[in-house]
Design a protein around this ligand. Sequence first.
Ligand code: DC
Length: 221
Amino acid sequence: MNNLIITIDGPAGAGKTTIARMVAEKLGCKYIDTGAMYRAVTLKVLASGVSFSDIPEIEEIVEKTDIEVDFNGSDMLIYLDGREVSDDIRKAEVTENTSFTAAIPGVRYKLQKIQRRSAEKFNKTVFEGRDMGSIVFPKADLKIYLDAGIKERARRRWQELNSKGEDVSLDLLTQKIKERDERDESRGLAPLIVPENAVKIDSTDMELKEVVGKIVALLDR
Ligand code: DC
């Protein structure tokens, strides 16, 4: 099958999900937020009460876990064992613990398999995450590494949470994003890196539309 795959990797808060959704809308295809899959597993681990340091137990849990994605218009929905958890996975407790789940081999193995299967199912897809261009789809048609300055990334997250009525300190948010990036970049397995042949885009001073236009133009080239 002649699949089209675009990958967007980058640190937390760089705008990957929004950009992936907009690029997919423009191209008339699907986007997959792979962070949502890691978050769904984390939600299950939290509910089970198992410690994040109990790797064999978490690997056993993930083995018996069903993760699926579906779409409501252009929005991706995520299902955990048949239950839609698209909102639950955005809770602060999940956000803070997902980088622990994401460092576990059995978790990555299972989710990477689901991601590759999705590429075949949807045929033309924008995948966003941390290891899309480096590990999961090294032969993607176009690889993007989307970045933005830490202050701007924290400001965007703060704005997002604030619009939902959540009262958080910008300083604390900046600190937490830095810690998560550090864990994602330093883990031994599939760390966040700039994939080989990826085009780097710094979105600090760019409008969303500009970033989308640049990615679509790169694809046309
Ligand atoms: O993009 P996000 O904030 O929803 O990602 C949640 C966590 O999952 C974050 O710590 C990075 C991790 N992740 C990963 O390790 N690999 C991916 N492909 C996607 C996300």
